[in-house]
Design a protein around this ligand. Structure first.
Ligand code: ATP
Ligand code: MG
Length: 154
């Protein structure tokens, strides 16, 4: 099973709309990778998603803290940015793997920095910078859960 699609986002409103659609399908326990170009919109998308999931405070970029956590009704969203990892072993040393417990929603920017230690994601979103406001995002679902999230986007 492998479902892939590619979406052109003409502006930030389109990015937010995509975040809202995916949020409406996401289940607790989902693991989502956000990879691709610097400044392509990974954090902006994550912010839209976290808000759409019901968090109404400030969503900071985790680029310095490595992870930011948001409590929702029952579980949490953990938003990682691994860009500053110098070696993938930092994933093991940090204990971050324990966050991926099947209950929280996990969003990981720059997952390739922890390769090969991360579990397989439900969804991989690969972001591409096109021009000032235009972005292309390719989405690959590799689990049933991931497929559910993108079913109505295809
Ligand atoms: N269609 C769009 N979708 C998302 N962001 C957009 C779009 N158009 C313009 N932007 C702008 O592009 C920038 C994206 O920055 P953002 O921090 O989200 O990128 P990022 O992929 O997380 O970068 P990094 O790799 O440094 O973590 C923001 O300044 C945002 O306002
Ligand atoms: Mg970012």
């Amino acid at each position: 099973m492998l479902n892939e699609l590619s979406i052109t986002l003409n502006n930030e409103t389109n990015t937010n709309e995509l975040a809202i659609k995916i949020a409406s399908k996401i289940d607790y326990g989902t693991l989502l990778y956000l990879s691709g170009d610097l400044g392509s919109g990974k954090t902006s998308f994550a912010r839209g998603l976290i808000h759409a999931l019901g968090f109404d405070g400030k969503v900071k970029s985790p680029s310095y803290s490595l992870v930011e956590q948001y409590s929702l009704n029952i579980h949490r969203v953990n938003h990682f940015d691994l860009y500053r990892f110098k070696a993938p072993e930092e994933w093991l040393e940090s204990g971050f793997n324990e966050f991926i417990d099947g209950k929280d929603i996990n969003l990981i920017e720059w997952p390739e920095k922890a390769y090969p230690y991360l579990p397989t994601p439900d969804l991989l979103m690969n972001w591409q910078y096109m021009d000032s406001n235009k972005r292309k995002v390719s989405i690959t679902a590799s689990t049933d859960r991931g497929n559910e999230c993108i079913k109505e986007l295809i």
